[in-house]
Design a binder for this molecule. Sequence first.
Ligand code: CP
Ligand code: NVA
Length: 323
Amino acid sequence: MSQSLQYKEKDIEARLKGKDFLTINDLSTDELLYLLKVADELKHLQKQGIPHEELKGKVLGMIFEKSSTRTRVSFEVAMLQLGGHALFLSSKDIQLGRGETIEDTANVLAGYLDGVMIRTFGHETIERFAQASSIPVINGLTDLHHPAQILADLLTILEHKGYLNGLKAAYFGDGNNVAHSLLEGAAKVGMHFSIACPEGYEPDETILANARETAKVTGAIIEVTTDPEVAVNGADVLITDVWASMGQEEEQKEREGVFEPYQVNEELCIKANEKYIFMHCLPAHRGEEVTAGVIDGPHSVVYQEAENRLHAQKALLKILLKN
Ligand code: CP
Ligand code: NVA
């Protein structure tokens, strides 16, 4: 590695150390690509059984106000493999769930912990928490963003395609938290990102406008359409997510009707690039947003995508929490 590249990497590490990670937009393009590089290195070390206990003695608190399988387990295992420890803190069990303020909780926890990961509802909750906290705060999903997921998604795409800039990714369904973080990620790395969603379920206007600003610099193409055929045309990566997110359970039936034309099925996939990969952050509902034939078929990379949560988050934790 050239000396100037080494310096650049040291600069990036110094810039990110101690910072929060609330959205993909918190990262510059070079910081995002560097995180993916570190994730790939850590993945190789882990696969070869080479210890990499860079966070020995560090403790991450994990506050969950919503259910989780992947986020909870992958963050906990990530800390363990880095030589540290993670504490699961259900909001039902801590005083936050009984009305203790976000600010008091954040200040108190900063006295014990080296970082906090939070899964919550309103994005403003995590912003308030981060504002009050003197230690790094990591977004483990809010109603508006799911940035840790998108680190894993970009790593997975990179592993399959070898590059990101110029690829076409298509997303079908709800303009939700996953769609927002994908929009930001695709814009940062210069992808062509086409999102097909029904009228009234488009992504947030501000997030979309920001992604379009970023795209002017990176060469990304950001497209929003109501027509799944437009989005799928020649796409290298097909992505979908549940039609009703956590907190929207009562809208499930209504949403099933609205989103039906956006199902990722065999007929739609024929129009993608023949080497397309299919991705879904999981949990999935077979027969709703995706058919079993597609998600369990040869183009699906969903289990690798889920595993990559571990490797991508290890890179994030290593850089944010390191001494
Ligand atoms: N993809 C994801 O965040 O999964 P969990 O809800 O299981 O954490
Ligand atoms: N959009 C989904 C993602 C789950 C990981 C939700 O918020 O429920």
